[in-house]
Design a protein around this ligand. Structure first.
Ligand code: NAP
Length: 415
């Protein structure tokens, strides 16, 4: 089985060199074992498996092994001690510039630095201390920032401020062919903005890590990263640069989802925007921990937790800059009314059953039953008042504590 995995990994990486970075982690654990097994040499060291050298061995240098199916090409299975793998990793080091060093910008910067990339940042406020603490360099002046010639510039500004920030950003001071990205939670808007405002020779990739400082506090394993390579030049280094950026998320375990910005916004309106809306609604209810929390309730509390730290600007941006959001908000409202109506419809039916004596009790029988229960027909119970309300208005609504339409104060229900 492992031999099969290793052979298909090798075949893939030979046919598609870009697949090799993806295959590396699989092959590193399975490739060597598969190699040793194929050679009937379980005790073969990993270095032996690579031809006794950390350098790329030529196919003919070890004739006995060169005929083997996995011989030389098993180099693709990068070992931790493999100098070449280390060198390749060094080559992939990027200088990443972050514009907008707030909550999310800093969250990303820390992970980029953990992955051995250099980070520089600029923002409206002064984040020199925060940057220094994490090992980034901070440039309050965007001109100075651009003159550092980052390989990649990532806009992590609020959705609302992005257009103004780009309009005043000194892009002319960046290197030609700079890769520009954004991490806004809406995608069609920054894509259009970039296409309109950036020089034609800049590369553009739109990203949306679908997690934040709270939900992505620990591992990023299986968290979705949506990306759209909007415009990438043909040259190999430019293609490698964008793949290099994406591989940070991939190496962290993100679920990589290539999707157009338009499709992202369609799907995000019914998932992300609704999640934030419900999180905010529940947040404003000030739900509290109870001693009898169910799993469902726990997940509601988690939802509140995961959304309450996001700024209102962010939430408003999800609404304002995603043209599908209004429709989803209307659908949510409608769904709530429908559920509420279902409840009250059931109540109507019960009341009608009483009014029209559906259960077969005669008024005399009902009166006897009420009297037995210590009530008289003259007492005005809550249910009776509801019946009056149904008869006079055709609807049930409002709370028991609200004054009714005639202005009378509600009484406590007698039954
Ligand atoms: P945010 O409130 O959406 O954005 C804060 C950032 O925007 C700060 O860097 C702030 O700079 C900058 N900013 C705000 N108003 C500005 C203005 N008028 N001019 C220039 N800059 C301005 O909060 P965030 O959570 O940090 O989000 C940043 C971006 O990441 C947003 O586009 C958001 O959609 C995206 N995102 C966030 C999350 C998340 O979970 N938080 C997840 C995915 C994507 P100063 O602090 O210097 O004022």
């Amino acid at each position: 089985m492992s031999a099969f995995i290793a052979s298909s990994v090798l075949a893939r990486s030979t046919a598609n060199p870009r697949a090799s970075s993806v295959s590396t982690r699989v092959a590193s654990t399975t490739g060597t074992r598969a190699f040793a097994k194929c050679h009937g040499a379980d005790s073969l060291s990993a270095r032996d498996a690579l031809g006794g050298s950390s350098r790329v061995p030529s196919r003919t240098s070890t004739p006995a092994r060169s005929t083997a199916r996995f011989g030389v090409r098993a180099l693709d299975a990068a070992m931790p001690f493999d100098n070449e793998a280390r060198a390749a990793k060094r080559l992939r080091k990027l200088k990443i510039g972050i514009v907008g060093f707030g909550n999310f910008g800093q969250f990303l910067a820390k992970r980029f630095i953990d992955n051995d990339h250099a980070v520089i940042a600029t923002s409206r406020g002064d984040y020199s201390d925060a940057a220094k603490k994490m090992g980034a360099r901070y440039f309050p002046d965007p001109d100075d920032f651009c003159e550092q010639h980052p390989d990649v510039v990532i806009f992590a500004t609020s959705i609302l401020s992005t257009e103004a920030t780009i309009n005043s950003f000194p892009v002319q001071r960046l290197r030609r062919n700079t890769l520009v990205a954004d991490v806004l939670s809406v995608k069609q808007f920054p894509k259009q903005l970039f296409l309109q405002r950036l020089p034609d020779d800049f590369d553009i990739v739109c990203l949306h890590p679908m997690f934040g400082p709270d939900s992505g506090k620990g591992t990023w394993k299986n968290l979705p990263l949506v990306y759209d390579k909007v415009r990438i030049g043909e040259e190999q280094p430019r293609r490698e640069r964008v793949d290099n950026l994406l591989s940070i998320f991939e190496d962290e375990g993100c679920r990589m989802v290539e999707m157009s910005c338009e499709e992202h916004d369609r799907q995000a309106a019914s998932s992300q925007f609704i999640t934030h809306t419900v999180g905010r609604m529940l947040g404003s209810m000030e739900l509290e921990d109870t001693t009898i929390n169910t799993k469902g309730y726990e997940s509601l509390l988690n939802l509140v937790n995961n959304t309450s730290n996001d700024s209102f600007d962010l939430y408003y941006g999800l609404f304002m800059y995603n043209k599908n959001a209004t429709q989803e908000l209307n659908r949510l409202e409608l769904a709530f009314s429908q559920v509420k109506a279902q409840l009250f419809d059931r109540l109507h039916t019960l009341i009608r059953d009483d009014i029209f004596d559906i259960d077969g009790s005669s008024p005399e029988q009902l009166k006897a039953a009420w009297e037995k229960a210590g009530e008289t027909m003259n007492e005005r119970g809550y249910k009776e008042r509801l019946i009056d309300q149904v008869n006079s208005t055709g609807v049930i609504g409002g709370s028991r504590d609200e004054p009714d339409r005639k202005g009378a104060q509600s009484e406590a229900p007698s039954r």
